[in-house]
Design a protein around this ligand. Structure first.
Ligand code: ADP
Ligand code: MG
Length: 245
């Protein structure tokens, strides 16, 4: 995406005064470009992050049926029918459903006290959220960090509390990895939720939980802290099923 296309995608945020200035591109990934902007007065005037999703034609939006279980249940009948067809309207509905899904998941989990960015607004093309970083730029991804043993243990415990909190709200991230965790000071913040699934409706939720914890524990094993992802997943899942989370 060119800078002009990105700024155009932020039109409605500018129009509503939520954003007053484009600052810089944080990261251009295969599925989205994240940019840093200056917020308007109503949002306090600091920095905010805007995630601009790549148009569907140019990307492969985790477009995997694995993530879709239950997604269409909350749609209108017209949108649900369109979703399942490859018409222009259907593709638009599909595109919007990823943005809506990420926005709603972040809103719910942030409200519940989880370490995720606070979502601020959404548009047809983009999601506006709290900027995870400081004066000198965005917080680094956990994948780029080597941690001390004490920090590793503490951060892994905090992340496991988050995974449990999400599951208590029926959410499995589905793409958890050290690339989707930002370390700001001592706090790990988890990002990138468009593919998150609802454990009540999606039959792949349990398998995705296993995979999420394998990715997480794999990183921490490399930092010298071992944890058994299978055991953790089994325990979490049974507490979830018993209503004990
Ligand atoms: N709220 C945020 N604050 C600061 N940086 C962010 C924020 N959200 C995303 N980023 C940066 O942008 C990158 C891509 O965002 P992400 O949501 O993971 O999208 P994707 O991986 O689908 O491209 C992240 O790895 C992170 O470096
Ligand atoms: Mg990501």
């Amino acid at each position: 995406m060119t800078q002009d296309e990105i700024i155009e995608s932020l039109d409605s945020f500018f129009a509503d005064g939520l954003v007053v200035e484009f600052e810089s591109v944080v990261k251009s990934g295969k599925e989205a470009t994240v940019v840093c902007c200056r917020a308007g007065h109503s949002l306090g005037g600091g920095m905010v992050a805007a995630k601009v999703y790549r148009p569907l034609e140019n990307r492969n939006f985790h477009n995997d049926a694995m993530y879709l279980g239950g997604r269409t249940r909350v749609m209108t009948r017209r949108d649900r029918l369109a979703f399942n067809k490859r018409t222009r309207h259907g593709m638009d509905v599909r595109f919007r459903s990823w943005i809506d899904s990420e926005y709603q998941t972040l809103a719910m989990l942030h409200e519940a006290g989880s370490d995720v960015p606070r979502p601020l607004a959404r548009s047809a093309r983009a999601l506006l959220m709290e900027f995870i970083g400081g004066q000198d730029g965005p917080a680094p991804m956990l994948s780029a960090m080597r941690l001390e043993r004490d920090d590793s243990e503490r951060i892994l415990r905090a992340l496991m509390r988050n995974v449990a909190l999400w599951l208590r709200h029926h959410v499995v991230h589905g793409d958890l990895s050290p690339y989707n965790i930002l370390l700001r000071g001592q706090t790990a913040t988890v990002i990138d939720f468009p593919q998150a699934v609802d454990a009540r409706m999606n039959p792949n939720a349990r398998g995705l939980l296993d995979r999420d914890l394998e990715n997480l524990c794999g990183y921490f094993a490399r930092q010298g802290v071992s944890a058994d992802p299978r055991h953790l997943a089994r325990e979490l899942w049974s507490r979830y099923r018993d209503g004990g989370l």
